[in-house]
Write a protein that binds this ligand. Sequence first.
Ligand SMILES: [Zn+2]
Length: 437
Amino acid sequence: MHNNTKRWLASFLGGRVAHVTFAGQSSNIKNFTNGVPQGSVLSPTLFNLYMHDIPTPQAPQIHIASHADDITLTCPHRNADTATLILQPYLNTLNAWFTTNRLKIAPTKSTVTLLTNWNAEHRYTPHLTINNTPIPHTHTPKILGITYNTSMTFKQRITTIKNKCMQRLKALRSLASTTFGHNKETTTTVYKQYIRSVMDYASPAWASNLTETHHNTLQTIQNRALKTITGCTATTPPDHLHYETKVLKIKDHLDMRGTQTLAAASTNPHHPLHYMAQHPHMPRTIKTTPSTRYHSQILSSLTPCPPQTNLQKHIHTQITHQSIQTLKNNTRLHARPPDFHPSESSLPREDRVHLARLRCGHHPALLTYQKRLDRAIVDACPGCNTAPHSINHIIEDCNAHNHTRQQHNIHSLRALWESPVQAMTFLRSSGLLGQTA
Ligand SMILES: [Zn+2]
């Protein structure tokens, strides 16, 4: 390190003073002789450096994971009492080291948890102390913003995500309605940055073993967001929403993030998670761990990364491709929908909402759709009275629209994707939609 950098750091950390002002009165000035400024970007790094010579555990079972002032000790053992006995001497060693280094562990701010699959052990309280003060027991420890629980199901994590996302969905709704607002591309970006990012936070650490119920909770949040983005009706099949927005199903997205993380860890020996990729097989696998899910199951099942190709990009391409394959055919085309013609982005939001709804047949202007909601409605085309009033009939068959169809060169339902501007003009002239935008 250059001497100037050292001097700069000394000046950054030294001579810090503070005082409190209350009701017009100021306290004496107090000097800070140690510690780092709260909230500065350098502080966690400096603290990590300060913590670098923390004593290594003598017991091979103990693993220490720390980030700045958040320290977690783990000690796996078949017997909970034994695990406790192994941990206590190390806690004593740590406490002595902290005291010499002018740091203080607050025993009451620390917590101890027994992680176990055995329900009978859920009531077991490990007895551990710091400075003879017992550490409080919790079933739901919070580490770097993630709440764990005794059986590692991440139930609390899902609840936290759900509450936060539901609030944020309201904000998304205020950006776009069915007739006005920002376009599909902008609102999709807002969804990814502002809502999906809540689900993404540290997901490779917790998403590998979610139950189907938990996945469904997250997927429901995404479906709601995609309905707002596209303006589609509540009845719209989720697969259609994913075709319209080109967003991955949430499980595939989380799998992709996890696989990219484990791939980075396995290819780089200096990666802090490298050990996970090196030892994917545990003696007894009860739970799917990040390394079994993302490394052994997904990464090893992908086609090998071609030379000169970025591995992260390759994983993205492969998983996106697989994800699209799992989407069901479009219900109106009975096939995969074609790509959108770029001219669609020139249309106003109101028209794009009409198109997104008509492409799946869930549009309030169609009697076929209205009949879904009210069985008393007679589903017969008002133009020819011979067939159900479906989008297929209007675009491909209805005799009443033969002339208009010729005029606008509309012959197949695929026009809704392939020539959206002409399709909209046709639909307005046919009288299905209002005459003006
Ligand atoms: Zn007709």
